[in-house]
Write a protein that binds this ligand. Sequence first.
Ligand code: UDP
Ligand code: MG
Length: 316
Amino acid sequence: MRLSLVVPCYNEVEVISRFHQALSRELAGTGRPYEIVYVDDGSADGTLDALVGLAATDESVRYLSFSRNFGKEAAMLAGLRYATGDAVVIMDADLQHPPELIGRMLEEYGRGFDQVIARRNRTGDPATRTLFSRAYYWLINKWADVELMDGVGDFRLLSRRAVDGLLELNEYNRFSKGLFAWIGFESILFEYDNVQPPADRKSRWTFRRLLEYGLDGLLSFNNKPLRAAIYVGLLLTAVAAGYAVWVLVAAILHGVDMPGYVTLIAAITGLGGLQMVMLGLIGEYIGRIYYETKKRPHYLLKQTNMDPAERLERSN
Ligand code: UDP
Ligand code: MG
């Protein structure tokens, strides 16, 4: 059994050699043949040079380098496409995914699981964020067609057939968390202690990014928000009809006067806002359709030490 590692790297020059050492030590300990596929996601800090250096001294190192930064999703996709192992482990280069867990993953894989998921707990995370994510996952699991779980990220082992399944999902807008859940197969999950990023390194998860990611999660996997829009519209129509009847009855009983300025303004602004939200929602879906129909590639390669033909041969 041959193992592939897929490691997306974006501006990781400071940790990459430390990461590689820790990982190699762990992999040597498993006693299985392996390859490490590093994907340089258009780094601007010499990560690519570091990878070329690693490849020169370690023949298990493969690297791919993008023409610019295409994002982690694209980097993972490229890595999965080029990985040739019978099982693939995806992990971050920044040492937040402990290599020590690979042994445990292999054990579970040996028991026949297709997805072995390492789930981080939230020790050390700010309380508000923990609260927000709990609420979010509760909401999304009520709504979405696939189940998503708090703390579950990309750190996992996938069997060959799970990887092949993922590669069949060719959508442009990749929301991996959902894709992993979508493919199914026997999965098992274990927890590990959250590793905080070094203090001098800012997490790329700003509030705004989290919000956008959250919206992606809601919109990528179903059209229930559109359906919710229909229900809200129906509800409002019913409220408006009830109110009209009430005004009419009041006019018959007490005669006509001219109150209701506040009601009017509230109704106009409230409905206006709601309509904008609904339009935005429809726009989101149309935007997604727009990107999908262009069928652009997810990334462009600049440099690699792999032979694409060889990859195709091996994966056929
Ligand atoms: N990464 C990437 N492309 C990007 C951003 C990040 O390939 O545009 C890689 C990064 O090098 C790291 C992993 O994805 O190996 C996770 O990134 P990061 O640590 O910034 O995210 P977080 O740990 O905060 O989720
Ligand atoms: Mg990180």
